[in-house]
Design a binder for this molecule. Structure first.
Ligand SMILES: Cc1ncc(COP(=O)(O)O)c(C=O)c1O
Length: 368
């Protein structure tokens, strides 16, 4: 029995008639770039997140970038974030003209450690971007308090957290803006690239609607310098169909995570995910930690079990960010986690039998 890291085909097979119909509708109406299918998805996604607005864009990277631009971020500003994230979070900061400033993470949740944020605040700090990594929200109460004290914007990177909750509030709905990726492998994934920014702020929503469409509110009248970051109609139609199933899929992921954690409980040599009591984790990724990672992955691969690493190099040590001047040892927790983290197979359709195979192979390996 093979256990892939992710299998998108099973989900596609289960909804393909609906998907084909939806795509055909877009083709027949020729509403390919922006348009009514995007507006329909935006309405449904805003309701899902518990926000007034959702602005569809072309990717999660664009979502973060657009949100930064909309709050007025630019050259000379600094934006605080975590080094333990996909590089897109920092790239969006860089492309707004600002400088990414990293803060170490909490060893249990792998999210930014709020206790370390204040010492990174300077007169240039414009915003904080907490990343709700793996599908578990960062400690938003503390982050919002620090932001209020220093008059900073909080832009949530909820690209891995569609439907995650923090004290009953949906990820993306707590900061001034929440940014989502609908990259195909996400819990809510398009059949191509797409993203969205959610917000309760009408002024910000207006800027975002304009920014994603070349800064125009009326065709060929441009009130600001914007970009082409529109969501396309086919992606929006696919996402509207898939959104109806998201809660069911998230529940299945939670059930899979609970089974993994139960079967791996008290196994020496492995740390299973910690779910903070304020959180509803939606397990975009089920990450464990183990010391002998290369061997661990190799042994599982020999048994046809595929794993991932999210992420092997923290951003402050990436070649791309050499110019920021960070060095090894600056963020010891993120560095240690980056060496030990392994993502086990996780998707809604993963079976109990597959999970049992993965956990029994892990135990066999670790007991040796
Ligand atoms: C935490 C995080 N931020 C940002 C992004 C960027 O999203 P996209 O790939 O849709 O541009 C991703 C996607 O992988 C992500 O996981």
């Amino acid at each position: 029995m093979q256990v892939p890291f992710l299998d998108l085909r099973i989900q596609y097979e289960s909804i393909k008639d609906e998907i084909h119909q939806a795509v055909r509708k877009v083709c027949e109406s020729c509403a390919f770039a922006g348009g009514p299918f995007v507006a329909e998805f935006e309405k449904a996604f805003a309701a899902f997140c518990g926000t007034k607005y959702a602005v569809g864009v072309a990717s999660g990277t664009d979502a973060i970038w657009a949100a930064l631009i909309a709050v007025g971020t630019g050259p000379g500003d600094e934006v605080i974030t975590t080094p333990n994230t996909f590089i897109a979070t920092a790239e969006a900061i860089s492309f707004s003209g600002a400088k990414p400033v990293f803060v170490d993470i909490d060893e249990r949740t792998y999210n930014i450690n709020p206790e370390l944020i204040e010492s990174a605040v300077t007169p240039r700090t414009k915003a904080i971007i907490p990343v709700h990594l793996y599908g578990q929200a960062a400690n938003m109460d503390s982050i919002m308090k620090i932001a209020a004290k220093h008059n900073l914007h909080v832009i949530e990177d909820a690209c891995q957290a569609h439907g995650a909750e923090y004290n009953g509030k949906r990820a993306g709905s707590m900061g001034i803006a929440g940014c989502f990726s609908f990259y195909p492998g996400k819990n809510l994934g398009a059949y191509g690239e797409a993203g969205a920014v959610v917000t309760n702020n009408s002024g910000l929503a207006e800027k975002l609607y304009a920014f994603r469409d070349h800064g125009q509110q009326k065709k060929y009248y441009h009130s600001m310098v914007g970009w082409n970051a529109r969501m396309d109609g086919i992606q929006a139609a696919v996402l509207s169909i898939k959104l109806k199933y998201l809660e069911k899929w998230n529940q299945a992921r939670r059930k899979n995570a609970a089974l993994y954690s139960k079967l791996l409980k008290n196994t020496e040599g492995i740390t299973t995910p910690y779910e903070d009591k304020s959180n509803r984790h939606i397990y975009h990724i089920y990450a464990v930690r183990t010391c002998d990672r290369d061997n661990f992955i190799k042994k599982l691969a020999e048994k046809e079990i595929s794993c991932g690493i999210h992420y092997p190099v923290p951003l402050h040590l990436q070649e791309a960010y050499k110019s920021l001047g960070y060095k090894k040892g600056d963020f010891p927790v993120a560095e240690k986690c980056a060496e030990e983290i392994v993502s086990l197979p996780m998707f809604a359709e993963l079976t109990g039998e597959q999970i049992k195979k993965v956990t029994s192979e892990i135990k066999t390996f670790l007991e040796k």
